[in-house]
Design a protein around this ligand. Sequence first.
Ligand code: ACO
Length: 330
Amino acid sequence: MAPCSTVILGTGSYAPAGILSNDDLAKRMETSDEWIRTRTGIRERRIAAPGENVSDMGAKAAAAALADAGLKASDIDLLIVATITPDLPMPATACLIQNLLGVPTNAACFDLNAACSGFIYALDTACAMLSSGRYKKALVIGVEKLSSIIDWKDRTTCVLFGDGAGAAVVGLVPGSGRGLLGTRLGAYGDSAELLWIPAGGSRTPATPESILRGDHCIRMKGKEVFKLAVRAMDEAAREILEQHGLHSDQIACVIPHQANLRIIEAIAQYLELPIDRFFINVDRYGNTSAASIPLALDEARRSGRIKEGDITLLVAFGAGLTYGSALIRW
Ligand code: ACO
């Protein structure tokens, strides 16, 4: 029998209703729509309502992905949540989503932290676990409530991020030639402090002083991150194409991490691809970290940007500093 492929059987996404525009931000701090748009391409972002948790958003995206796949929560035996904003330090948000959806108690459920590359890391993990033959159907969720870890007094970071969720159902399909063709994952751990949350973990537990300093919020050296992001995403994209003997021109649609339009434009230039080959929604959501790629993937599929037989390239970069790319044939 032909070997099985790991195939995305359905996708779903969820964005909270609350919209925060650049003009809204300009009323609160020294910034402007013009500054944000020209530097980042972002026009607005979604902000979760008070009491709307990462588990709630992730469960909604997952329910949409299950419906798209024509499957039920009871079919799932592996649930991976990529996030840097779990509901709680413990237990894992995956367990909370398991409970919300009614995923069976014999399913493996865990969280994975690779920041903005999280969905690609989680997809690769799920596909490897499915390929082992020990699991049959996986839910892979990328979800973030970055509004909860932003320092709203720091205009160099707070204008960049937003909240949202995306999900994919993955299963084994015999000999189809479709599915995940390969991944390329990596990390620059020596640059961890370019993009980090200095306090609130076991190294520096939160104190009243650390909270006053905002040390439990995202801190970033934007210019350095920008340069490393372009280099890492370009390399990750190039290497995976080379590994599979593909030219960038054979990629029907690139789904890049939606951090900054200028980063996406730079990657397009390096890969010698027209910008319209890239699916872009950073203007509407800002950077939603681990949710960014699955949210864009779901919108791309539902808007008809991805057709049967197409090869899609996913490419991301995030805190860690992690990076990753994946090739999928539909
Ligand atoms: N509004 C107005 N002015 C601002 C703002 C703001 N929101 N933020 C910074 N400025 C000012 C700065 O203070 C600076 O002023 P100065 O020259 O008087 O000192 C000026 O604007 C220029 O700032 P730069 O930092 O030089 O602006 P730059 O062109 O580098 O753009 C940006 C900044 C958008 C953050 C850019 O560096 C960037 O996108 N970096 C990558 C960020 C990123 O993508 N991070 C996430 C990747 S990984 C992940 O997703 C978790």
